[in-house]
Design a protein around this ligand. Structure first.
Ligand SMILES: [Zn+2]
Length: 278
């Protein structure tokens, strides 16, 4: 016991002791029905997992104690005050309907300066970006049935987490899509690890995201790592939480080396912070 205590006190601050990790894992994700948040819906008890849908998309359903719970990703573009309709079906045909009232959340804005040809794209770059957008949209719609063992995620690179999720962005004073991930400040070459166990479903080099890896953790929970300097993964490769998948870089449209980390649920980007230890 004494020896164990000593080891714990020597452990770096980021490596929480196992008991603490279990305590916070049980509270993740921190649910909140805001744009970019996750809504939690109790589906009741039944022997087999019910299926739940938001519009055409399956949503994540997991066991929680004796009952089932749906965790629904809410798009950043969802209008506060709007209502999202979720339908669930238990094995045996019992149907349930739920409504999520989207509550407001104020996100800030961010102005960035990048080379002009990364904002006003040439015809060629625009065509490339549109091809890549269509491909990534397909990748991000991935839904596999086996549920994640945990929803708690590891911070995928050592460094300061920047509160950049959801920021309205202006590149060279032109409005662009809100920022769909969390940036982690880290020098080029810093190891990047898988935030959760899963399987590599995409690995590519994209116009905006640069070198990118996407992992499938099951039931529509995905994580994406972008602007990598290098990646050493191949599609279909299984990974454990903590498996090295690449190195921090500044590829694609990046103002300097950092890790762009996104988390997706039912094909929408949600705030990665709600899956990480505070
Ligand atoms: Zn980013």
């Amino acid at each position: 016991m004494n020896r164990r205590r000593l080891l714990l006190s020597l452990a770096p601050a980021l490596a929480a002791p196992a008991w603490l990790a279990r305590v916070w894992a049980a509270t993740i994700p921190r649910a909140s029905a805001v744009p970019g948040g996750v809504a939690r819906i109790g589906l009741g008890a039944s022997e087999r997992a019910p299926r739940a849908r938001l519009g055409g998309s399956r949503v994540l359903v997991m066991r929680e104690g004796d009952a089932w719970v749906a965790l629904v990703g809410i798009a950043l573009a969802a209008k506060p005050g709007s209502r999202l309709r979720v339908e669930a079906e238990h094995a045996g045909g019992r149907h349930l309907r739920f409504v999520i009232d989207v509550i407001p959340k104020a996100y800030g804005s961010q102005s960035l300066k990048v080379p002009p040809d990364q904002v006003d794209l040439s015809t060629q770059d625009l065509a490339r970006h549109e091809r890549e957008r269509a491909h990534l949209d397909d990748v991000l719609r991935t839904f596999t049935d086996s549920p994640p063992a945990t929803l708690a995620m590891l911070q995928p690179a050592a460094g300061q987490r920047l509160s950049t999720f959801g920021l309205r962005r202006y590149f060279n004073d032109q409005a662009r899509n809100p920022h769909a991930g969390m940036d982690i400040a880290a020098p080029a070459g810093t190891p990047v690890i898988a935030a959760n166990a899963g399987r590599v479903i995409d690995s590519g080099d994209y116009f905006f995201l640069g070198r990118t890896v996407v992992l499938d953790h099951g039931q529509g929970l995905l994580s994406l790592y972008a602007h990598l300097e290098a990646s050493d993964t191949s599609v279909a490769q299984p990974v454990s939480a903590g498996t090295p998948i690449g190195k921090v870089g500044a590829t694609g449209r990046a103002t300097g080396p950092h890790l762009h980390f996104s988390v997706y649920l039912n094909a929408v980007a949600v705030d990665p912070a709600i899956f990480l230890q505070p």
